[in-house]
Every structure is written in C-alpha cells, then in structure tokens.
Design a protein around this ligand. Structure first.
Ligand SMILES: C[S@@+](CC[C@H](N)C(=O)[O-])C[C@H]1O[C@@H](n2cnc3c(N)ncnc32)[C@H](O)[C@@H]1O
Length: 452
C-alpha cells in the first residue's frame, strides 16, 4: 500500500485566478478532498473523480480526524481552507490531532502545507495599499478565545499604532464585538481614521465600503468580511486607502533628495543608533521642559530619556541634564541612605495615571523589598515596589537633584528630588546626593582617574 499524504491547502480568497499553482496541483493529486461545504463549492471545478467530504462549520476537528484516517489508508488527502490554511485555519488543529496520535514529521504519512493568499492581503489589494507599514490581525471571534484577551490585543494594537485587520468581525450572534473594537480603538485613533470593509473579496458578492472609524460599527459587516483599520498616518485619496512606508521621513517628496541629517541606505537619524542623539539635541533646545514632557514628545518611557542623558559626551550634551544609573545590587543600600536626604518632593504615579506630589522629610520614608512607605502624621502612603527594575540619579544644572525608580517598562514608579528653599538645597541632602553622584557618575570617575 502506498504511503498516505495530507495536503493542507489554502486556496486563497475564492476565485481560481488567485489560487497558487501548487494549490491547484495539490487538489489535482489528491484522492480525497475534505472541507467546509462553502469551500468545496468554491473549488467544485477541480473535483471530478474525487471522493469529496463536505463538513459543517463546527466540525473542524472531525475534518482533521477524517484526513488522518484517509491518509492511514494510503490515500492522498487535501484538507482545504480559504485564504491561507495556517491563518485562523485548519493547519494548527490538524497538527494537534496528528501529534496526539503519535505522528511525527518522520512518520510514513507526509504532510505538506500549501500557503495561500490570506483575506487581509486579498482585501487590501482591493482598496489600495493599507498594509505597507506594520500591521497586525486580530480575530474578533470569542468562540474559543476569552474576550479580555481579544480586548487586550485590540488595546495594544491601538496603542502601538498598528494598522489592524479584523477577521471574524461579526456574525448573526456575535454583533457587539465590532462595537467594542471600535470603542477601544477610538481611545487611540482619530474618529476619521480610514477604514475599509471588504466583504466576499474575489467572490461573487464582493462588496467594499470605505468609511471612518467612528462609522464602522453601523456598516454592513458579516461573517465573510475583513475590516482594515488604518494607523495614524493612513489616508484615503481617490478611493484608495494608503499607509505610507515612511519615505517622507527621509526624502524630499518633490526632488527626491535626502533630507538634512539623513543618509540614503542608512538608518534614520531617529533609528536605533541615532534616536538618543535626537533626545539629547531636544534637551539642549528645551532646557526648561519636564522629563515627562520630553518622554511624551518622543512617545517613549522616561527610562529612555534618562539613559540618553547618561550617554552624553563633550560634543553631544543633553543640555544641562546628566543622569547615572544606580547599580541594581546597591539599590537596597541606597534606599537607606536616602533617609538622610532631608526635605524632599516625592512624586508617585499609580498604574491608572494618578499622580501624588508630596512634600516630605526623608525620615518619613521606609523601604522593604516589596514596598515603599511614606508615613507621617498627615498621611500614610504605600507604594508597591514589586515591579521595580532600575534606579537613576538625575542632575539638571543647579536646579534639580533627584532620584528616579522605574519599572521594567522604564516608567516611573516614584521619584524624589531635593527641595530648595530660597534657591538653596538642604545642605545635608546635597552633600549626600553629591557623594553618591561622585561614586556613580563614571564619566567623573574616569576624568578623575585620568587626572590623578
Ligand atoms: C476562519 S477565518 C479564515 C481565514 C482564512 N484562513 C484566510 O487566511 O483568509 C474566516 C474569516 O476570514 C475572513 N475572510 C475569509 N475569506 C474572505 C473573503 N473572501 N473576503 C473577506 N474576508 C474573508 C473573514 O474575516 C472571515 O470571518
């Protein structure tokens, strides 16, 4: 008996013209074709002389089991799916079923995945070029995925400015998911963000709507629809939805010349190597701006601004700002030293964005590994330090001496700065701070070593 084989075939959005040559061959080579009844209908011209197994939408695992059973009998089986079979398709469940039977890639039954054009690229091709920058796909189906997981992904996509492709956006029973998706994304996107709603791409009933994000939930959306939601730079012009690649960050749109400070074939000045230099330049030009405003300007956590300040050199200063990272293993010891710092301003941020600003005496502070407590006769404040990741000293000319404690995302948990009265820092606090600074500021240490 010949060895069985399972083809996992993605046949694209629907029309035969968009099916790959390998998908056509795989179906041709197969003795048995298994699929959801609509899919079988879409490839009916290719099924002459074949055993055809039509299954309902909910019988997915059954489709995999049947494919395996036919392959065990030595047959070549095509398990077919629209789009790409690995994208919200049958490839995953089939491998899971096979592995449960003890099958391995070295077993007699061979498995070949035939990739296909997935719905998001089919839909995109019909409306312009909405996916030419970073994008993600999110399925709104909560049949197998808890809603909080889907909501978290929508939130992250919104926050990170991804173009978003929504699969399974709506069905007869699932109608509120698209409303919730709109609500979550509108927290981050303009109401007029372009949206393309593509129904039955490359099939008979193809329908395309171009709308704004705030109109999306009231549109005609169904089971066979893919929704493409633009990012902050996507635009709609002449009916085309376009997400720029970013050429305008580097080249003049008319002459094609590279913009000042940029180099052809090299990372942008705001690329990985260069962007901290941009932070330092910005700090030189905005001496009075608060650290949180600088971080907001670069849309980055404060930790990145502090690290840019720590990397200054003579030709690339950060204005009057300097920072030095505390060695992680010294943080507990530094906590106890801070208690000698005298009058302080403490700023504490909670996860929800509330900011408490307190004028305290350093003696009001007590630290344990998991908590900072600020307690005096007026208030008791407890700050969770379980996410504490790094500590930084900050100097800003003779105006500011402070210490920042950040979480793993580089966001401030709390910071303390020496208070000034009539322009003067508390002398004891200043002495303590300067001593610590001299120990930690490696540039000064190096300078001293060279001079000694
Ligand atoms: C279970 S997923 C299957 C995705 C498929 N494997 C793919 O790669 O396109 C079903 C969803 O795909 C999208 N979809 C599939 N075919 C489509 C088409 N021809 N036009 C628009 N959307 C389609 C819809 O969002 C639909 O709810």
């Amino acid at each position: 008996m010949s060895q069985g084989k399972i083809f996992l075939v993605g046949f694209g959005p629907g029309a035969e013209a968009h099916m790959s040559v390998r998908a056509l061959e795989a179906i041709k080579e197969s003795d048995v074709v298994i699929g959801y009844s609509t899919y079988i209908r879409l490839v009916k011209n290719l099924l002459d002389g074949k055993e055809v197994v039509r299954k309902g939408m909910t019988e997915e695992i059954d489709r995999c089991v049947q494919a395996y059973e036919h392959a065990q009998k030595g047959k070549t089986v095509a398990l077919i799916s629209s789009g790409d079979i690995g994208v919200y398709g049958m490839a995953g469940p089939t491998y899971e079923v096979l592995l449960q039977t003890g099958w391995t890639p070295d077993s007699e039954i061979k498995v070949e995945i035939v990739p296909g054009t997935t719905a998001l690229s089919a839909a995109a091709s019909l409306v312009g070029a909405p996916l030419t920058h970073d994008f993600c796909s999110i399925s709104l189906s909560d049949l197998l995925t808890p809603w909080p997981v889907i909501a978290k992904r929508l939130d992250a996509a919104g926050r990170s400015d991804f173009v978003v492709a929504l699969y399974n956006p709506k069905s007869g029973r699932r109608t509120r998911q698209i409303e919730e998706a709109q609500r979550i994304l509108l927290q981050y996107r303009r109401p007029d963000t372009p949206v393309a709603i593509v129904k039955s791409a490359y099939r008979n009933l193809q329908d395309i709507q171009r709308v704004r994000l705030d109109e999306m939930k009231d549109c005609n959306i169904g089971m066979l629809t893919t929704v493409l939601i633009g990012n902050s730079s996507t635009f709609m012009q002449e009916g085309l939805m376009i997400t720029p690649r970013g050429y305008r960050n580097k080249y003049d749109g008319i002459t094609g010349q590279t913009l000042e400070g940029e180099k052809r074939g090299r990372s942008l000045s705001m690329g990985l190597e260069g962007w901290k230099t941009c932070i330092r330049q910005y700090l030189r030009e905005h001496e009075a701006q608060s650290l949180s405003r600088v971080a907001a300007h670069f849309d980055c956590p404060i930790g990145e601004v502090l690290s840019a300040m720590a990397e200054v050199d003579a030709d690339d200063a950060a204005g009057e700002c300097l920072s030095a990272r505390l060695p992680d293993d010294r943080i507990p010891e530094i906590f106890s030293e801070i208690k000698q710092w005298g009058a302080l301003r403490a700023v504490i941020r909670n996860e929800a964005g509330a900011v408490s600003e307190l004028f305290i005496n350093a003696g009001d502070l007590s630290f344990s590994t998991a908590q900072l407590k600020i307690e005096n006769e007026h208030f008791h404040l407890h700050v969770d330090l379980s996410t504490l990741m790094s500590g930084w000293l900050l100097r800003r000319a003779d105006r500011l001496r402070g210490i920042y404690f950040l979480n793993s995302r580089g966001e401030t948990i709390f910071n303390l700065s020496l208070l000034r009265t009539q322009g003067e820092f508390d002398s004891q606090g200043l002495q303590q701070f300067d001593r610590l600074w001299r120990e930690l500021d490696y540039r000064e240490q190096e300078d001293r070593a060279v001079n000694e």
